[in-house]
Design a protein around this ligand. Structure first.
Ligand code: NAD
Length: 368
């Protein structure tokens, strides 16, 4: 897998206590990497990080990425072979209630990591994770490409466009220079689903929290379509581009989209119906109640064009929508109905199932 690049490597993951960070850490550990994580806290209760006992399996460092001096010291001490930066304030609604927290975490935090890498200047391959929301959403129907304009009407989107600009300027001012030992790419993905997410104001966690207490879930915008994808899809993309960048310096400074196939847009309602198929309901309550109260501005359809990832990395998604929903529902169902016993192994089984699906499709990262 991934040209065996990760075996024995020291990999730093920021945001390792979060949803995507936990999945990435488990996958890296299974590939034989030595993982160190930096996060300021465990962001939710419960959390995948604690449910899987990850603090026992990797080196867990509590630090705030807004603390630039701490980032410099940590980077100089740790000197990781590879960095995946995904620590962020990721919730759009929170970016309205505390915009400065989102802007400083996502923009200054990213700049602090870049500065720490610049000064440490050890040989390092860095994959920085932003979001599909970094693009200026002009509500068109075709997919955004990596060279489309950045922008953001809401603070979260602006913070992700800002993070992209930090990466861009550090690359062009410092990291592309001949004396630099740091290679970097930025990656953009959209809404993900998967077991182990307990963030507020996200539809799947809201749903399983309610169902676990035999309550109906309130849904806003049931007809809104989103390019849902399982968390393992973009995580496979981050790992694929990290391995490719490690082997091929010419990729440095590039950006990559990782999204679902163009025909994979489903409504919130379709997603929840699909998840419900794989959940053991104990009560006779309604599954959903539709709440039509208007809330904050949320941009409409935003699709990613992933031709570049296909062309340069031979990366593409591996799961059908139904399988992404099933894997998500069964993970939570196991957690809520059977507890954490064996959950780490179950997560590894899901990674294996995903890998098998990718092998069947002949996706390049599965070779070797
Ligand atoms: N989940 C999605 O649907 C989605 C979609 C697009 C992009 N993303 C991006 O992927 C990344 C991971 O998202 P997630 O869903 O796992 O979020 P999450 O909230 O589950 O995890 C965020 C992580 O960042 C850490 N963090 C937050 N502020 C920090 C700070 N100041 N210092 C140190 N650590 C800090 C948290 O402790 C946690 O480990 C984020 O950059 C997010 O914007 C997520």
């Amino acid at each position: 897998m991934f040209n065996n690049v990760y075996a024995g490597k020291h990999v730093l993951v920021t945001g390792h206590t979060g949803f995507k960070g936990s999945w990435l850490s488990v996958w890296l550990l299974s590939l034989g990497a030595k993982v160190t994580g930096i996060s300021d806290k465990v962001p939710t209760q419960p959390s995948m990080f604690e449910a899987l006992g990850l603090s026992e399996k990797l080196t867990h460092i509590v630090a705030d990425i807004r603390d630039g001096e701490r980032m410099k010291t940590l980077m100089a001490d740790l000197k990781p072979d590879m960095v995946f930066h995904m620590a962020a304030q990721p919730i759009v609604s929170l970016s309205y209630s505390d915009p400065l927290d989102t802007l400083t975490t996502n923009i200054i935090g990213t700049a602090n990591l870049l500065e720490a890498l610049r000064l440490s200047n050890h040989t390092c391959t860095a994959v920085f994770i932003t979001s599909d929301k970094c693009y200026e959403n002009v509500e068109w129907t075709w997919g955004y490409r990596e060279n489309d304009r950045l922008g953001g009407k809401d603070p979260y989107s602006a913070s992700k466009a800002g993070a992209e600009l930090m990466i861009y300027t550090y690359f062009h001012s410092f990291l592309k220079n001949p004396g630099s030992n740091v290679r970097i790419v930025s990656t953009r993905a959209g809404n993900v689903i998967g077991g182990g997410d307990w963030a507020d104001s996200r539809i799947v966690p809201d749903c399983v929290r309610a169902w676990a207490q035999n309550q109906s879930v309130e849904i806003r915008r049931p007809k809104a379509t989103r390019p849902w994808q399982h968390v393992m899809e973009p995580v496979s993309g981050y790992l694929a581009v990290g391995a490719a960048l490690h082997l091929n310096p010419e990729l440095t400074g590039e950006s990559f989209n990782f999204g679902p196939a163009a025909d994979q847009s489903f409504t919130v309602h379709q997603l929840l119906e699909e998840i419900a198929l794989n959940w053991h309901f104990d009560g006779s309550h309604d599954k959903f109640i539709v709440d039509l109260t208007p809330t904050f501005h949320e941009a409409g359809l935003l699709k990613l064009n992933c031709d570049k990832a296909l062309h340069e990395l031979s990366w593409k998604p591996a799961l059908r929508f139904e399988d992404a929903a099933r894997l998500t529902a069964t993970w939570y169902d196991k957690y809520y109905h059977q507890g954490t016993e064996g959950l780490y192994e179950y997560t590894l089984d899901q990674i294996q199932e995903y890998t098998d699906a990718a092998i069947k499709l002949g996706i390049a990262w599965t070779a070797q």
